[in-house]
Write a protein that binds this ligand. Structure first.
Ligand code: NAP
Length: 306
């Protein structure tokens, strides 16, 4: 199997490429330095190979409050990236199935977060532009499937966590931010100040589970959207206290800054469709996943420094 991966230098892309190579697939992995996807024609030099799959992971965004301050750039850059990738797919790689990444931010707050509503209602205002570029990507795939018979799969994960995260380059997803602050307290005595009151709830899916599900769905589903989540959410306080206890930090040291941005109060994907397609699916336990992630982060950022 010949596979082309955009966003290969990102968190999910790095882990995906390792898993694809472990399967013995021929992998062409590109980050922005290999091919700036905002530039038309940037993928032409990859056209001589005919790929079986295009995993389209590249997007221009960050976690935290990044989307609040970059809506204009996000619209232009992500639309350019997606249009160039879709155009290359349709014109040069129509035999390939495209597996792309959506976002749970597209669902209207208060909706039941079911796939049939992926394009319905109004996404949360703070993430509106990012969410709409993901909807546009999905609509582009639908349009190309309808007109040219191309095959695609849109995956919508909750927050993905695990080893090989890009620490320090960008605003981090909440679970890495929590783990980093707790480890920084353990090793350097810094205060642990978390955003919000800690009662907002979130759902996590481990990167190993995500990639396993991605491969399974790729075999079984085409031209659909599928949510990928754990089906249960927990408060930020629960995550923070579990992480703190796991590394021997007293949770009493955790403080909350209620003036900071927290996004949606709750976000838990409906995963009925996922379990209908994969009825025997078993996920890593949260305790095991958090423990593995925090150990990786401690080794990466605090134990290997000179
Ligand atoms: N992580 C999550 O929890 C999560 C949840 C839901 C959806 N997603 C989606 O899953 C995908 C991967 O997420 P991630 O967390 O792995 O993202 P990430 O770590 O931020 O990586 C983003 C990737 O996009 C590439 N990229 C950005 N601008 C580019 C450009 N102009 N040209 C070419 N490549 C460009 C980056 O390349 P450089 O490294 O060279 O900059 C990097 O490889 C994204 O589409 C994201 O929206 C992620």
């Amino acid at each position: 199997m010949k596979v082309f991966v955009t966003g290969a230098t990102g968190f999910i892309g790095r882990n995906l490429c390792l898993a694809l190579k472990a399967k013995g697939y021929g992998v062409t992995a590109v980050g922005s330095k290999d091919a700036d996807l905002t530039r038309s024609g940037t993928l032409d030099r990859f056209s001589t190979v005919k790929y079986d799959r295009i995993f389209h992971l590249a997007s221009w965004t960050q976690a935290g409050d990044f989307c609040l301050y970059h809506p204009g750039e996000q619209w232009i850059i992500n639309q350019q990236i997606n249009t160039n990738v879709l155009s290359w797919w349709a014109n040069q790689q129509p035999q390939a199935k495209m597996v792309s990444m959506g976002t749970s931010c597209t669902y209207e707050v208060g909706s039941n977060l079911k796939e049939e509503d992926y394009l319905a209602g109004t996404p949360i205002a703070d993430l509106y532009v990012y969410a709409m570029t993901k909807r546009m990507l999905h609509i582009g795939q639908q349009a190309l499937a309808k007109q040219f018979g191309l095959k695609y799969l849109t995956l919508v994960p909750s927050t993905v966590y695990g080893p090989n995260y890009s620490v320090g380059k960008k605003q981090m997803h909440f679970i890495f931010d929590l783990a980093y602050k707790i480890l920084n307290h353990k090793h350097k005595g810094s205060e642990i100040l978390l955003w919000g009151d800690g009662y907002q709830t979130r759902e996590l899916v481990h990167i190993d589970d995500f990639i396993h599900i991605m491969f399974e769905l790729d075999q079984k589903v085409e031209n659909e959207v599928v949510n990928i989540g754990a089906g249960a959410e927990f408060s930020i306080r629960h995550f923070a206290e579990t992480l703190a206890k796991g590394v021997g930090v007293d949770p009493a040291h955790i403080q909350y800054d209620t003036s900071r941005y927290v996004g949606a109060k709750s976000k838990c994907l409906n995963v009925e469709k996922l379990h209908r397609i994969l009825p025997d699916l078993k996920l890593k336990s949260l305790e095991e996943g958090l423990s593995q992630t925090v150990q990786w982060l401690e080794k990466e950022c605090f134990l290997t420094q000179a």
